[in-house]
Design a protein. Sequence first.
Length: 318
Amino acid sequence: MENTEKRITVIVPCFNEQEVLPLFLEKTTAILSGIGKPYEYLFVDDGSTDGTLSYLQKVAEKDGHVKYLSFSRNFGKEAAMYAGLSEAHGDYVAVMDADLQDPPELLAEMVRILDEGTYDCVAAYRSDRKGEPALRSWFARIFYQIMNRISDADIKDGARDFRMMKRNMVDAIVRMTEYNRFSKGIFGWVGFNTCWLPYENVERAAGKSKWSFWKLFRYALEGIINFSHAPLSLASWFGFLMTGLAFVMLIFIVVRKLLFGDPVAGWASTICVIIFIGGIQLFCTGVMGQYIAKIYSETKNRPIYIVKETNLKKEDNR
């Protein structure tokens, strides 16, 4: 009886998802209705410029299961997920995309596993990358390998944001209030027992992906900088290596001059060395600049998101 009273909140970040939302609601509601637990949706409109907000308003008037938040502008998916987690008050809280690349059928299995009591979180990962460009897949695999080697965050290859968590894990994530967020790393960093569910890659049901290769590359860099000091250590080792190499070459030139009277020649090679060392210095300075920029944005203490409109009542908020 206790398990059947567990309430499910499904957080759905949305950015220009007007085309796919009707299909998403149809398929996901069929799954949630069959689980036999009270449920609600919490859609987070991330400053959409299409009819996403209008559609959510119309649906919310007819369906009491539908709640929504609308941002004053586009703050990004990370902010949308944090807003949803902050406002969700279900015992089980799921995060999934509206494009149906996160199979709603897995929700029932996630609930079953959480009901057993062994795990605090059930997360989905893609067991294959069918339909994805080869270069993008290769970079994704390299990213996961690098992250798991240089950071404390445990991120499975192919991991999605699609997961269902118990209340204690959600509360732990909400307490992490940093402005620069990388949720995949945060999910792994907070710990808790996680069960991984594999599924085959699914194409978008409608609309276009908002993630270009460049955006994904920037997102990967955000993750590395947010969860690892390795780039700073790399810059330090570059400096140590170049200093040692310069010292050895200085000794070589001095000895050659004293013993053989060989004049120092090679203007072109000297310029190449200067340019190379200058490039290393700029690289190291750039790495430090990235970390300083993160510190600067954190110290401004700006809100992670700003809500323009919502149908959440005060009693709905935690």
